[in-house]
Design a protein around this ligand. Sequence first.
Ligand code: 2IT
Length: 449
Amino acid sequence: MNAYVQSVIENVRKKHGNEPEFVQTVEEVLTSVAPMVDKHPEYEKADLLNRMVEPERMFTFRVVWTDDNGQTHTNIGYRCQFNGAIGPYKGGLRFQPNVTPSIIKFLGFEQTFKNSLTGLPMGGGKGGSDFDPAGKSDAEIMRFCQSFMSALYRYIGPDIDVPAGDMGVGGREIGYLYGQYRRLKGVWENGVLTGKGFSYGGSLIRPEATGYGAIYYLQEVLAHEGDTIEGKRIAISGYGNVGWGIMKKAAELGAKVTYFAGPDGYIHDPDGVVGEKLDYILEMRAKDPMHCKPYADKYGVEFVPGEKCWGVKDVDVYMPAATQNDVRMEQAEKIAASGVKYYIEVANMPTTNDALDFLRGQKHMIVAPSKAVNAGGVAVSGLEMSQNSERLVWTAEEVDEKLKGIMKVIHQMSVDAAEEYGLGYDLVAGANLAGFKKVAEAMMEQGIF
Ligand code: 2IT
């Protein structure tokens, strides 16, 4: 491999040994872009890669809130403004007790290249808190969000940094965050956040966009293989916002999710999650996000406790859509042995690097990377920003058409980039190469800093 790339990876391993997820994503992206760095010796002279793996800015802040019993709690808030070369920092907020600097940083790094792939002018950012939303009352969530925004509002803005949702942050939280921003700033700047409710400037289709985009991307892959989505059986992990969007769009297009995994085990529904079952998923999740077993009880289907559905044979597509490092070597071996052809990542970094390399090496398999597959979410966030700045509203059909077009272009750009470097139909390398290219060019043209 290119010696400069290798030295940067070594440097990151040495400096960030205590940030395993961040090291993992740097290794994955830089390994993929090595052939481009080979062709551009000027990158080393400008030390482009060491600059790229260092966030432009990352900070923590204290978030203090009082629970319904009057007890005060203190959490850590984070915002990582990773790369602003091609647009305002853009990326979600994750509220989850396991949030660490490493998690925020890996997500911010991934976001930089993902956002570049969308073709829209958005830099990379991410943030969040180690706050645990589970079991909190609505009033507690509101007070937490207000406190979070009181600490963050000076550092964001429609042309500075535009947060959105991620795990633990949905429409309700964005509403409270925006309310507090507006109150503190005294100005109508709804382009400061995306994933808003429709009544105050949210984009139609945004809640479903990540899942829909993932299915549109899958359709591009299938078309490349002379295949169609009709009749395809899909196994997913996760049935949150993203997983639900996958279930819904798959059903609409004549495919079906026949397996889905949650924190307590997995469900096998041979008839697929279709029709009113889609509504039931929402209901079940709202009541208790940690258990999917009630679905099996209600519909009389199989529930396997404590397991993930990796390795089941009677499906055509796997889509890990839960969280990072869901699929490790052990699961990857089962997936490869199942004979399934399509492994379509959806969650951010759902596969460890060794497992991903292993799956990419399987001749019978096609592997698609999450930074391309899930980019429809942030792409529609970009469309929300456009609507806000133009003070207009697009119909659901308009947004959906644009989303479809963007997913098609992302797939094609990845195909073209991989082909340019003689890599064949390598969607993982292609997405990294295509996403990296624009950020690299912008940084080179903007001078050394
Ligand atoms: O991982 C992601 O792309 C997101 N959580 C969405 C980011 C956004 O700004 O819409």
